[in-house]
Design a protein around this ligand. Structure first.
Ligand code: APR
Length: 249
């Protein structure tokens, strides 16, 4: 890939400045600069060292709940030490610039919320929350126990992290809100996602059907790159603050 300038082309800034409705989809890449590992990157992505079939499916939890719980405990600890980076904070500012702004994330790390984004649609759940694997109710407290995973204090079934695993449906309301925002926006920003995992991967296509301009921020090319009005191949934490400062001028 030829080296690309970090500057956004003036026509892209102009489109953004004249837009009322903006939707943003973020993926693991926006948190990479906060030290949270991505999934699919060679060498550093979680799925290069761990098998998702053994750790992130309902079948895996059924077969080996202890392994799955402990893997999520490790990720929870890692995430609890992470702080939002300039990319997250730039999106907080963006929320104040556009009359209609929808931030949709596939991340479970809560860093958009921690940065101060007001109304983030979290499609894949929140790793810091725990729910009952039977009743699906969020459980905040349970009696201290050596059992791994602990059991639901109401029904006795196993507790699990409140995240969406492969093969599970996404929560209906957030998903509907995400598609509503994507299909009515004028600009759709895809930031730090490989755009490979459905249904989130279909969101930019909903935006394209509304003739929205697609702007991508990702150091690597993705299946979305050829369809984007502009792809910035730089880290989100570097280019997003620059983009926001250009918007204000
Ligand atoms: N800035 C922007 N993008 C980055 C950065 C960065 N600093 N660093 C890495 N990236 C890009 C990578 O090039 C890659 O395309 O972020 C993308 C991360 O892709 P994935 O690891 O596939 O993560 P994501 O798209 O969020 O995965 C979707 O898959 O495993 C499931 O549930 C999990 O929510 C996750 C879903």
């Amino acid at each position: 890939m030829a080296t690309q300038s970090r500057e956004f082309p003036p026509e892209i800034i102009k489109i953004l400045k004249s837009s009322q409705r903006v939707a943003v989809l973020t993926g693991a890449g926006i948190s990479a600069e906060s030290g949270v590992p991505t999934f699919r990157e060679a060498q550093t992505g979680l799925w290069s060292s761990f098998d998702p079939a053994e750790l992130a499916t309902p079948q895996a939890f059924h077969q080996n709940p202890k392994l799955v719980w402990e893997w999520y405990t490790w990720r929870r600890e890692l995430i609890s030490r992470a702080q939002p980076n300039p990319g997250h904070y730039a999106l907080v500012e963006m929320e104040t610039i556009f009359p209609e702004f929808t931030l949709i994330t596939q991340n479970v790390d809560g860093l958009h919320r921690l940065a101060g984004s007001q109304a983030t649609i979290e499609l894949h759940g929140d790793i810091s929350r725990t729910r009952c694997s039977f009743e699906n109710q969020i459980i905040s407290d349970w009696p201290e126990t050596d059992e791994i995973p602990p059991h639901c204090p109401h029904c006795g079934e196993l507790l699990r992290p409140d995240v969406v695993w492969f093969g599970e449906s996404l929560p209906a309301e957030p998903l509907e809100a995400a598609f509503q925002a994507a299909s009515s926006c004028q600009v759709f920003l895809s930031i730090g996602t490989s755009t490979l995992v459905e249904p989130a991967a279909s969101l930019p296509f909903a935006a394209l059907r509304n003739e929205a301009a697609i702007i991508e921020i990702n150091p690597q090319e993705t299946p979305l790159t050829p369809l984007a009005s502009y792809s910035s191949h730089h880290p989100a934490g570097e280019v997003l603050p620059e983009l926001v400062s250009k918007m204000k001028r």
